[in-house]
Design a protein around this ligand. Sequence first.
Ligand code: SF4
Ligand code: SF3
Length: 550
Amino acid sequence: MDNAMFCYQCEQTMGGKGCTKMGVCGKTPEVANLQDLLIYQLKGIACYAKPLIDKGELIDKTIVEFVENSLFTTLTNVNFDVEVHIQLLKDSQKIKEALRSKAPKGDYPEEAKYNLSATKQQMLEDAVKAGLMYDKDLNPDIRSLRHTILYGLKGISAYGHQARFINFYSDQVDQFYFRALEAITNDDVGVEELIRWTLRTGEIALEVMRVLDNANTTRYSHPTPHNVNVNIKKGPFIIVSGHDLRDLEMLLEQTDGKGINIYTHGEMLPSHGYEKLKKYKHLVGNYGSAWQNQQKEFDNIPGCILMTTNCLMKPRESYKDRIFSTGVVGWDGVIHIGRDENGYKDFSPVIEKALELGGFKEDEEEKEIMVGFAHKATLSHADKIVSAVKNGDIRHFFVIGGCDGARPGRNYYTKFAEQVPKDCIILTLACGKYRFNKLEFGEVCGLPRLLDVGQCNDVYSAVKIATSLADAFDTDVNSLPLSIVLSWYEQKAVADLLALLSVGVKNMYLGPSLPAFLSPNVLQYLVDTFGLKPISTPEEDLKSCLQQIV
Ligand code: SF4
Ligand code: SF3
């Protein structure tokens, strides 16, 4: 077995084409190939589930959960642990056999008929035929659309997983996993149908974000503006990264009164806006910046880190003994905190380690940034915003958001935000905000010029804000004085982009580079239909946004 692999699902893919020897993210060929085989198995499962769904059967939620978690496991920077993948593959075979025995007899694709081999070595040999590029003769546009849908599904699974953890889900989303996986396996589904499936993936992405918004706001109440200290405080601490608010809540409960400070990191920053999380006094602030700086920021720190969803990078030896994973996240040799059948997690190992490490020795002077401008908080100012736009006091809105990443070209987003004129408002979301969220933007018409809408899943909030403003102006989203400038890195951003396209948003800017999995024709379709533009320079793009006809 050689060490070949092929993965091009994220923005940092090698040479802008594909990782073939080792993932830039640290994914080994072994894990990459097992992930290919796992997706192959999920497709097989979907082929048996689809006719059952067509007959009106509801697929068992344990199977839905398995498919959702498996998709999420293969998302960039989530799980690098070989054993986890082997176990998922074994479980997939059991599920496949159970569905096969229930499904109507017929001619099913190879993905369905395949039976998992017994050993890891054999699995890796079988994985060759599950490779993304295995069928050399496949029409490149079909391949591109199939992969776009697959990556959109991975993003959806991340949000679905988060919502399901607090018992919120949607049957529509749950069925879509199977329907879409079947559609991208079915050779009878051609380019035009796949385009429809791609847009449908966007609709479902928006739906799962709506479910997650409902889950988070029901459980933790609607975010409200809140100042967050971004400097450190004396004492033992735990840094919580990722997106999962329930993990943070459990950790806050378990550390209450123990003299441990909790800091958010990366995408956990917006959690400070939720009433039922910010009530904990030991949620003291936000540490560091976006995911790609973690190896430097976690180096030798005298405290613990908990990674709840993504984005995990290869832990350095200097902190491998104090970083913990939970949920679907994993790395060989990193302690994983599991859950019991009720979803309860015991974070004692993290807490004990944090106390043992002792924490920071000194307080730093406080520096605050503001979060908490999700749809409810922002739209509570709708009247003011509408009249300020009508009076010409607010000229334009910019949504600058998405994933952060390591490429030097990403300072485009900092420069863009810096150059936004003073009579314009910036809405931001996801970890791309760390490119500029510690800069001073001041106010316009009594509102902060930088409004932090939330995590990447809060694209739902941005859509809600935009559509409500469009209603107030009696127009459509594309006629608002609003421009969207996206940065992408992993597959949740693919789901976000498809969600925005599915509601008809046009003329978005996308960077820092375009996805390698878009074929020239598929890209052209997106340009022609949606006016999607690659970013150029902040000056040029800003100029053309402001020239946009209102
Ligand atoms: Fe490469 Fe990204 Fe795939 Fe990792 S996830 S192997 S960096 S394309
Ligand atoms: Fe960031 Fe991974 Fe995508 Fe949720 S945490 S946006 S990159």
